[in-house]
Design a protein around this ligand. Structure first.
Ligand SMILES: Cc1ncc(COP(=O)(O)O)c(C=O)c1O
Length: 408
């Protein structure tokens, strides 16, 4: 029998990620030492207290029933975390919903909020589930380009009036993947004003809320006056606590938006494994020194990679946050040709920028998912490839992004 998947599945992009994975496999089979900087999966374990709580709860035979909803302790832990980390006051019984990782939340929000034909405003480049979720829901994507000249923030004034009027959803992600730009409170205030004016629901993906460098902090969207009226924030324990494989996260904010999500999700699953919820409570209520340790670790990786790439003749811009360098590629390549050249000739896997949308052309994303020494090796190998591909002009460091003082 010829099985034909539904149109909503057929229209999903097959993905450069599959192509890249196949090329990585081929390089490994050929005996190459591949340094994989293409996937943003944390390479470190969760804090010991989280593993202890998880393993104790797994041995407790009372923990194996359906959970249906989040434990009240989980919702309270999220509220306390938001108060302590972002100065945002939330009510645990109104403003928090649990998700199986933020991918789960983001994947289903568009289904819960959009009718076929509704317009969603999506960052380009952007994390792939934003666009996929809108397409699955039958919505129309209107891309918000993230341009260097605009500090990689969407320019809301560029959105045509008729698009703004039809828009029902806007997704934002700061600091983001693949573009690590931080939002400002002023930008978020403009977003709230725009959302109110046009009746647009805002979803801010805050998955990298805690991976912010150089003593800076990322503002929560909900810290801005009026945000709770128009939107929600999605957050996750995956990156903050290295819990990417034990899937747990949360949506916080406007109760009506959360209720729409819950109404849909109630038909799809029966809640998260109790031991995982208990482990998440241990993470959220644990020693904040863990968070500082994470920041220092990724800062050290960023500094190692960026300074080694500068020394190798590629002056990439150091990211202010996240686990990614968003690097303008040298002249003479496309994002894909550059990524595949690095894989084939340097044995270094990075992700071509256009995998995240058309405005990602001209960039690659390099994930800081290896120790500093390995990142320096990757940079040295990239430098050798760059020397061989003459003539070559590397992009100058960006104005306003002068090399930081820690560079040699
Ligand atoms: C921007 C962004 N949002 C969401 C996710 C999904 O994370 P998780 O489902 O593990 O919470 C990721 C994962 O890489 C991400 O980069």
């Amino acid at each position: 029998m010829n099985i034909q998947p539904a149109l909503r599945v057929r229209q999903l992009p097959a993905g450069i990620f599959a192509e890249l994975a196949a090329a990585k496999q081929a390089a490994l089979r050929a005996g190459k030492d591949v340094i994989d900087l293409s996937i943003g999966s944390p390479d470190l374990p969760p804090p010991p207290a989280v593993i202890d709580t998880l393993s104790a709860a797994v041995r407790d035979t009372s923990q194996y029933g359906y959970t249906l909803l989040a434990l009240p302790e989980f919702c309270q832990a999220v509220c306390d975390f938001y108060q302590a980390r972002y100065g945002v006051t939330l009510q645990s019984d109104r403003h928090v919903v649990q998700v199986m990782g933020s991918q789960d939340g983001l994947a289903h929000l568009a289904l819960a909020l959009l009718d076929p034909g509704d317009v969603a405003l999506i960052p380009n480049p952007g994390y792939p589930i934003y666009e996929a979720s809108v397409r699955i829901a039958g919505g129309q994507v209107y891309p918000l380009p993230l341009r260097e000249v605009n500090g990689f923030l969407p320019d809301l004034r560029d959105i045509p009036e008729e698009v703004a009027r039809r828009a029902k959803l806007m997704i934002l992600n700061h600091p983001g993947n693949p573009v690590p730009a931080l939002a400002t409170p002023a930008f978020f205030r403009d977003v709230v004003a725009f959302a109110r004016h046009y009746g647009v629901v805002v979803v801010h993906d805050f998955a990298y809320s805690e991976l912010v460098f150089d003593g800076r902090r990322a503002p929560s969207f909900l810290s801005v006056d009026g945000a709770l009226d128009v939107g929600i924030e999605s957050n996750s324990l995956s990156k903050t606590f290295n819990m990417a494989g034990c899937r747990i996260g949360y949506l916080v904010g406007n109760p009506d938006i959360l209720a729409a999500y819950q109404a849909l999700k109630g038909h799809m699953d029966f809640g998260l494994f109790m031991p995982l919820q208990r482990a998440a409570v241990a993470a959220l209520t644990g020693d904040p020194a863990v968070l500082q340790g994470q920041v220092r670790l990724y800062e050290a990786r960023r500094d190692a990679l960026v300074s080694a790439l500068h020394a190798a003749g590629w002056p990439v811009t150091p990211p202010p946050a996240t686990m990614f360098v968003w690097a303008r590629i040298p002249d003479g390549f496309t994002s894909r040709s550059f990524a595949f050249t690095l894989l084939e000739q340097a044995g270094v896997a990075v992700t071509p920028g256009d995998a995240f949308g058309s405005a990602g052309e001209g960039y690659v994303r390099i994930a800081l998912v290896q120790p500093p020494e390995r990142l320096r090796t990757a940079a040295a190998r990239i430098g050798q490839v760059l020397q061989q591909t003459q003539p070559l002009t590397c992009p100058a460091a960006l104005p306003g992004n002068a090399p930081p003082p820690w560079l040699p």
